[in-house]
Write a protein that binds this ligand. Structure first.
Ligand SMILES: Cc1cc2nc3c(=O)[nH]c(=O)nc-3n(C[C@H](O)[C@H](O)[C@H](O)COP(=O)(O)OP(=O)(O)OC[C@H]3O[C@@H](n4cnc5c(N)ncnc54)[C@H](O)[C@@H]3O)c2cc1C
Length: 397
């Protein structure tokens, strides 16, 4: 149920709001606008009311929230076709750390159809409790039913912290949930920790084009919500002996209340590149000079069995498509080996690859910032170094 209020002294029962409501939550009963359970506080009715009788009193409720009522750390389990996205496990690892510090439970939220088998790995990766909502309306992913299920779980169980993967689906869900709960959401966090006050979560993320790291708190609202991109947090080691409590809940929603229907999935055209899960990445930057020279990088990637990445400069120049971009506005990667060819190492590029296990940088400028994060640095012309490296590796591997 939303928080929309009708000022009965002002309402004339004109019915303007009824037609404006996208979820048919308004009707005129006995000459007064009446709000039903379906209201999601979208606010579409407020601007059409000619007498200003509708409002969502945010200010009032801010004072009302009792922060002590909120406990536990929650992680949204992203899954598709029976496979849990790795970011879920990474967030369970971080969530475990936060929950231990707060001395509370770590819980996972599993929504879908026929997905109860997926609860087990969530326990293995650190969850103490799994909230499970199974319904055929929960597959495939759609904002409406997922947000509805998640919000009603939050309203019932009141978590203190909610972590969601910074993926296409996670970003969509997090925004919808935070808006309905009227709480704060920090997107694309690179660090999460509990403040010295022992309650608030410090959410670190790049700001002002990546030139500073901002630390954000959500002090007056609960839950504190954050999204984290895949590979930003470390993958924890599972403990197959771990088990936990499974709580089943129902989805209180009917088919005809959902505004969207998925007709078909059409895969986007273009090169299919999975940088995020790659163990080896060879990236090229502006130092390559022109698009054809990416062949040097491709050759090395092929010999190493890796995939090709790129700096934004190379992508912006149109030398390689965007799915290859590594960095703040591209992918965050954490491969075992990252080879940077002709990349200067701007802070926005480093933001996406600095946690790689081994970094090899090839650059003709000995002062290039990439050497500050490199495990091995080769100062030289990439057109001489990379083909030689490729040749030698071809012989060895
Ligand atoms: C909001 C914002 C978001 C951004 N997001 C991203 C992002 O996600 N990813 C990203 O990469 N950038 C991002 N950038 C851009 C970033 O600031 C840099 O401009 C970009 O990373 C530079 O790419 P580069 O290193 O390829 O090019 P340059 O900085 O021009 O570096 C080229 C390097 O190649 C070397 N070189 C030249 N010729 C040779 C040769 N023959 N042999 C060896 N070395 C050679 C040069 O010495 C130089 O160090 C972002 C910027 C902003 C403002």
């Amino acid at each position: 149920m939303g928080q929309l209020k009708v000022d009965t002294d002002l309402c004339t029962g004109c019915g303007e709001c009824v037609g404006a409501c996208p979820v048919s939550a308004l009707s005129v009963v006995d000459g007064i606008a009446t709000v039903s359970e379906a209201c999601n506080d979208c606010g579409a009715c407020i601007s059409v009311c000619p007498v200003g009788a509708l409002s969502i009193p945010i200010g009032e409720r801010l004072e009302e929230m009792n922060l002590q009522d909120y406990k536990d750390v929650w992680v949204f389990c992203e899954q598709e076709g029976g496979r849990i996205a790795n970011v879920t496990f990474e967030l369970l690892g971080k969530g475990r750390e936060l929950a231990d510090r707060l001395a509370c439970r770590l819980c996972a939220v599993l929504l879908g159809h026929d997905v109860s088998d997926l609860a087990k790995p969530l326990f293995h990766y650190g969850a103490d409790r799994v909230y499970l909502v199974e319904d055929k309306l929960l597959t495939p992913y759609r904002t409406g039913p997922f947000a509805r299920a998640f919000v009603s779980l939050v309203r019932k169980y009141r978590p203190e912290i909610v972590l969601i993967g910074g993926t296409t689906c996670g970003r969509d869900l997090a925004g919808a949930v935070a808006t309905r709960l009227e709480t704060g959401l920090t997107a694309d966090c690179t660090g999460l920790q509990i403040a010295d006050d022992g309650r608030n979560m410090l959410q670190t993320r790049p700001a002002f084009g990546g030139n500073i790291m901002a630390q954000i708190r959500c002090e007056r609202r609960r839950p504190q919500m954050a999204t984290v991109r895949p590979k930003v947090m470390e993958m924890p080691t599972p403990d197959e002996a771990r088990t936990g409590e499974l709580l089943r809940e129902k989805l209180a929603i009917e088919d005809d209340e959902i505004l969207t229907t998925v007709l078909e999935f059409i895969k986007s055209e273009g090169e299919d590149v999975n940088l995020v899960d790659a163990d080896i990445i060879v990236s090229g930057g502006r130092g390559l000079g022109k698009p054809e020279n990416f062949s040097v990088v491709r050759e090395l990637a092929k010999v190493l069995g890796g995939v090709v990445g790129a700096s934004r400069a190379a992508v912006d120049a149109g030398w390689i498509p965007y799915p290859h971009q590594v960095g703040q506005t591209g992918k965050t990667v954490r491969p075992k080996l990252y080879v940077a060819c002709g990349i200067s190492g701007a802070i926005q590029h480093l933001a996406g690859m600095r946690t790689s296990d081994v970094i090899v940088a090839i650059n003709k400028d000995p002062e290039a910032p990439i050497f500050k994060v490199a495990t091995y640095g080769i100062v030289g012309d990439l057109f001489q170094v990379v083909p030689k490296l490729t040749e030698r590796l071809k012989q060895r591997l």
